[in-house]
Write a protein that binds this ligand. Sequence first.
Ligand code: ATP
Ligand code: MG
Length: 367
Amino acid sequence: MYLRKIALRNYRNYDALELDTDSSVNLFIGPNAQGKTNLLESIFTLALTKSHRTSKDKELIGWQGTDAHVHGEVDKQYGAVKLDLMLSAQGKKAKINGLEQRRLSDFVGALNVVMFAPEDLEIVKGTPGVRRRFLDMEIGQVQPGYLHTLQQYAKVLVQRNNYLKTLWTSGGDKQGLLEVWNVQLAEFGVKIIKKRKYFIQKLQQWAEQIHAGITAGAEQLTVAYKPSFDIEDESVLFDHFMLKLTQVKDQEIRRGTTLVGPHRDDLAFYINGKEAQTFGSQGQQRTTALSLKLAEIELIREEIGEYPLLLLDDVLSELDRNRQTQLIETFQSKVQTFITATGLESVDLGKLQDAGIYHVQEGRVTR
Ligand SMILES: Nc1ncnc2c1ncn2[C@@H]1O[C@H](COP(=O)(O)OP(=O)(O)OP(=O)(O)O)[C@@H](O)[C@H]1O
Ligand SMILES: [Mg+2]
C-alpha cells in the first residue's frame, strides 16, 4: 500500500500540515525537537488509532487546541481509501471514506504500518509487557476482531480480580461465582492464545530467515512463545486453562489477582540457542529487534496480500553498514518507507534511489 497524502491539524507541534508523500522512499531531515518523530507517529496512529510511544491520547493533541485530526489518503491493491482519525478529550472517532466506524477496531487494519524506532530494543531487553504490546499491536493489524477480544478479556480480568479481592475478606467463594468468571476468562483467553500461537509461529519462520541473512548465516534466531500454562494441544486449551485456574485458586485469593492467562504471556528470543535478553550483546539485541520488524513486514504481506508502510525513526544512523544495506535492500522497491534523520550524512543515499527529501522545522515540512 501507498500513502499518497497526509494532513494534520493540531497534532502535537503541527498546527496544519498538508503533505504529498508521493515517493516510495521519503526522508525527513531536521534538527532535534522539530517534529520528525511526531510526523511518523501520526502515520502510526492513523494505522492503529494509538501512538507507538504513549498510551495517553491526550498527549497527541496540540497544546493550542482541544482536538486533533489526522487525515491520510492511501492507495491499496483494491482501490483508494481516505482515512480520518479525530482525537479529543471525549475520545476518538474514525472514518473510512467519510463513513464513521462504529468501533475503532473496525478502523484498524485499513492502513498497515511497521515502525522501527530506537526504543524497539526494549522488545528484546524490556519487560514481558513490552513484548505483549508488540504482539498485540501486530496481530491487531492483520486479524480483525483480535483487539476487540483483547478488550473483552481485559474487562473480565478486571472484574475477576475485583471479585478475588473480596474473597479474602468474605472467607471463600461461597456462591461459586468464581467459576462463572473462570469460564469467561478462559473463553476469551483461549481465543487470544490461539491467535498469538499462530502469529508467533509465522514470526519465527520469517525472523529466522531474515536474521540469518543479516548475520551472513552466523546466527540462528529462534522466537518462542512462553505462555503461562501448557498450550501444546489446542483441542484441550479451554480445559487446561480451567484446570490451571483451579490449581492456583488459593494462591489467587491470597494475592487478590489472576495468576494465569494471556495477560501473563511472554516471548523469548534465542540466538544460537542462548537467550538474547540475558546473553546477547547490544548489537545482537539490536539485530534481533530489526529482524523481528522486517519479519513483520513479510508477515503482514502474507496475511493481507500487500506490503505495509515502513516507518524508520532515527534508526539508520544506529546501524552499521551491513545492517543498513540489509535493511534498505529489504524494503527497496516494494515497501513505501518513511525515514527520519537529523542529517543526511548518516544515510547511505547511494542505496536510496529516488528518495523524496523533506526538511522538518518547527512543525512545518518543506521540500
Ligand atoms: N501535544 C503537543 N503539542 C505541541 N507540541 C508538542 C506536543 N507534544 C510534543 N510537542 C513538541 O514536539 C517536539 C518534539 O517533536 P519530535 O519528538 O517529533 O522531535 P524530533 O524532530 O523527532 O526530534 P529528535 O531528533 O530529537 O528525535 C517537542 O519540542 C515538543 O515540545
Ligand atoms: Mg525523534
